[in-house]
Design a protein around this ligand. Structure first.
Ligand code: HEC
Length: 458
């Protein structure tokens, strides 16, 4: 099973023939992803973190947090010895140990999720040819089902309302609503243009003031902000950004540089590429989204794989399932999670406009998102050869990405003979925002040295 019957045979675009037919010939490397809690850019530079001074000075996280569980600190290097001299009395923990400690709750996790694991082992295989980078990922999910539902709406007899959500939300934690949230795999890429990304990776993007972080900015505060709020990006919450887009040393969310200064940084390539494979919002149409991080987490130019299926004026769905194609116009609450039932609305494939006069019944459920491969355009639609399947507790995602997407304005162009910094993250077990697993930055070589080296295909 996996993406179900929608995807088979109907997906436009080039065949996957060029990707390695036999992945068993490509070495697999296991990357330890761990649960970071609220370890923000600012926390890492605060007194609470023993490595703060070194982090301020640009040291790599792995200077200290390296080693395996058994042979901890075996390769203690200069950076760590300096740290020890600066008064550290105990050994810095490994990624796996940190994940396990943080996930259970404490100063870095005020709202632990019961039963959540602290570590996720991500298997990564990589290959390339003259045109493409080919990636294959595998990981085990905590649940015995894939997280493939997202933003569902339920009819209560009179009106439609959003139903279910991430496990971090109050209504789900209290048992009032079911956990319904998509699994995700995210990749960040930099080519050396972003100061500090090579050594500190994803932690450059995570800040105080963001959603579910300490000092979370209020909606009113964000809306009133000239660059992020109503007169600028039109947002009402704070998401990932790079310190380089801010004016103060603490990289505060509201101390943004001018729009012109930010445009100049972007023009010079000083952004991080961020692409996300989404089990609900992109996988059913064999895509991943394509975005970048600079002053905010933004989509690339053009239109990505998904939009809303909700008319915000009337709070009714825009599309329903096409009974001629899938044998039903709507799901019921009991159908959720049934692998035999459709779970995503695809405009060109299984959807027809919503019929307000059909006899809707209490407990009817429709996806609040509408997917379309056909409507996706521009740089936002670059990741159009991505395929994920969940089988027996394991996701396998195969991802083809052009080395040169042709969109250097918001993508990192990859070249043979160069090493890049990658960061990986997985959202598992119906969670969102920071409740994910993340990797330390990884040196990724394309015909060049790296912790992961892509295999050249002949
Ligand atoms: C100079 C060495 C050093 C550097 C560099 C360093 N750390 Fe640390 N870090 C430590 C030590 C020591 C601890 C304390 C662990 C403890 O309390 O037992 C720690 C704790 C942490 C914790 C909390 C773990 C827990 O269980 O609560 C996190 C998260 C963390 N570091 C992340 C990072 C990240 C991310 C980076 C890179 C941006 C980094 N560290 C760089 C030494 C360092």
């Amino acid at each position: 099973m996996g993406v179900g019957f929608f995807a088979s045979g109907v997906v436009a675009g080039p065949a996957m023939a060029a990707s390695p037919a036999d992945w068993t010939q490509i070495p697999a490397r296991t990357v330890t992803l761990f649960y970071p809690g609220q370890s923000s850019y600012q926390w890492l530079r605060s007194r609470a973190h023993p490595g703060a001074r070194m982090v301020w000075n640009g040291a790599a996280c792995l200077n200290c947090h390296s080693g395996t569980e058994r042979g901890r600190g075996r390769h203690m290097d200069g950076g760590m010895r300096r740290g020890m001299r600066q008064g550290m009395r105990w050994r810095p923990p490994t990624a796996a140990k940190m994940g396990r400690d943080i996930v259970d709750g404490g100063p870095l996790e005020p709202t632990p999720i019961p039963g959540k694991n602290g570590v996720l082992n991500l298997s990564v295989q990589a290959a390339y040819d003259a045109e493409n980078l080919y990636l294959r990922f595998q990981w085990r999910t905590n649940l015995d089902r894939p997280g493939r539902m997202h933003n569902y709406m339920r009819f209560d007899g009179e009106k439609w309302a959003f139903y279910g959500g991430p496990r971090s939300s109050e209504s789900v934690a209290s048992g009032e609503e079911p956990p319904l949230y998509e699994d995700r795999l995210a990749i960040m890429i930099d080519d050396g243009s972003v100061p500090g990304f090579r050594t500190q990776g994803c932690w450059l993007t995570c800040h105080r003031g963001m959603r579910d972080m300490p000092g979370e900015a209020t909606k009113a505060e964000v809306k009133a902000h000239p660059l992020i709020g109503e007169t600028g990006l039109g947002r009402s919450d704070v998401r990932k950004y790079l310190p380089d887009s801010r004016t103060d040393a603490a990289a505060s969310w509201d101390k943004t540089k001018s729009a012109q200064a930010i445009a100049d940084i972007k023009g010079a390539g000083g952004f991080v590429d961020l692409m996300q494979w989404r089990a609900h919002r992109s996988n059913p149409i064999e895509m991943a989204d394509d975005g970048y991080v600079l002053e905010y987490r933004l989509s690339d130019e053009g239109k990505g794989p998904y939009g809303w299926n909700v008319d915000r004026e009337t709070m009714t769905p825009k599309y329903m399932f096409d009974p001629d194609k899938v044998g039903m116009k709507v799901l019921t609450v009991d159908d959720i999670g049934d692998p035999a039932k459709p779970y995503a609305l695809i405009r060109e494939e299984n959807a027809v406009p919503y019929d307000a006069d059909a006899d809707w019944e209490e407990g009817d459920v429709l996806p609040g998102r509408l997917l379309s491969r056909v409507d996706a355009t521009g740089s936002a639609s670059d990741n159009s050869r991505v395929h994920g399947e969940w089988d027996d507790g394991v996701w396998t995602v195969e991802w083809t990405r052009k080395l040169d997407t042709g969109h250097s304005g918001d993508d990192k162009i990859l070249r043979e003979g160069r090493t890049y910094t990658f960061g990986f993250a997985v959202h598992d077990d119906n969670v969102t925002t920071r409740f994910h697993f993340v990797s330390f930055p990884i040196q990724f070589g394309i015909g060049s040295p790296g912790q992961i080296q892509a295999t050249r295909l002949r």
